[in-house]
Design a protein around this ligand. Structure first.
Ligand code: FES
Length: 114
């Protein structure tokens, strides 16, 4: 293992923020890791305010669904890449950062400014 990557993470707290943003984290170990591992690394070492969720870590329960580099995936199953943009799934209302309300569907809109 080795190598480090750059990760942009969607951030939004509806109780505090007027609009969403992306925070960029550099020098993130990614080789041999899943996206959930990368988020855990960021949470444990760089920013413990980041909100995301997972449960089974086996690709079975579906609570870890996210959008990574524009494509939906189970983050516990998806292999991490050197450069990643991590966003919540677009069809659900954001509770905080990468955590969504699976009971509240919203109209999909583009969130990443490219
Ligand atoms: S944590 Fe259950 S599918 Fe990813």
């Amino acid at each position: 293992m080795g190598g480090s990557g750059i990760v942009k993470v969607f951030r939004f707290d509806p109780e505090k923020d007027k609009s969403s943003r992306f925070d960029t984290f550099k020098d993130i170990p990614y080789e041999g890791r899943r996206v959930t591992d990368v988020l855990n690394y960021i949470y444990q070492n760089l920013d413990s305010t980041i909100a995301f969720r997972y449960s089974c870590r086996a690709g079975l329960c579906g609570v870890c669904i996210l959008k990574v580099n524009g494509k939906p995936c189970m983050s516990c199953h998806r292999v991490a890449e050197k450069e990643m943009v991590i966003e919540p799934p677009v069809q659900y209302a954001v509770i905080k950062d990468l955590v969504v309300d699976f009971q509240k569907k919203v109209k999909a809109k583009k969130t990443e400014k490219e």
